[in-house]
Write a protein that binds this ligand. Structure first.
Ligand code: SF4
Length: 218
């Protein structure tokens, strides 16, 4: 789909100002370009204390900042309160992905996003987390709506960013921009479980900071 063919997106209530929770450049690239194409004024809110270790966190954040700067999009770099994330994850270390630990993880990130939206006058918040086919979109949307609910005048926009070619464009943009390509969801437990899976397949463990998206050879 070309830029000209992109549908015009209308956030809830026709709002023109949106706070976009972003986890990384690959997941937010398509969401960012889709909103830009629709003339939506948005700010990126980067709050991901789940990402472990620090080097991986910095890699993901720096890629996201690089792309935001390229498009002139404001970027809010929020806290890395990982101790609180680990505290909340206690007892859920062996939960599978998409389970209770992930609900906690989405809730923590979205609660902070909703508070920032409320304090800074954003009528709508959304997230790129659901664009990944590895994620349970209903689980993410439930967290988003739960987070926005306490604040009058704040809505969570549960737009399906995968549809209309969004999932394919996410990969195209990642290759075009040669984004850092993370190989696990983000937390210490997803790193452990992904490495375990790779070991069972006879593959090398993840080497942080080494894999980048590449354009397909012509
Ligand atoms: S697997 Fe991903 S979503 Fe689930 S707790 Fe870990 S970082 Fe959060």
């Amino acid at each position: 789909m070309t830029e000209a063919e992109r549908p015009v997106l209308i956030p809830p209530g026709g709002a023109r100002r949106v706070l976009l929770h972003s986890c990384c450049a690959p997941c937010s690239g398509e969401v960012m370009e889709a909103m830009l194409a629709s003339g939506i004024d948005y700010t990126i809110f980067f709050y991901n204390p789940n990402i472990h270790p620090r080097r991986e966190y910095d890699l993901r954040k720096d890629e996201n900042i690089r792309f935001a700067e390229k498009h002139g999009v404001p970027f809010v770099d929020a806290d890395y309160d990982k101790d609180e994330w680990f505290r909340r994850a206690k007892g859920m270390e062996w939960e599978p992905e998409r389970g209770a630990r992930c609900t906690m993880c989405f809730d923590m990130r979205f609660d902070r996003t909703a508070l920032y939206a409320h304090e800074h006058g954003f009528p709508v918040m959304t997230s790129c987390l659901g664009i990944s086919r590895w994620k349970n979109m209903a689980q993410i949307n439930d967290s988003g709506h739960r987070a926005a609910k306490p604040y009058e005048g704040l809505s969570y926009w549960d737009f399906n960013w995968r549809k209309g070619g969004g999932a394919a464009r996410m990969i195209e943009i990642s290759k075009r921009e040669e984004f850092y390509q993370q190989e696990y969801c983000g937390c210490a437990y997803s790193l452990r479980d992904t490495n375990q899976h790779r070991r069972e397949q006879g593959r090398e463990p993840i080497r942080i900071g080494e894999l980048y998206y590449k354009e397909d050879p012509k």
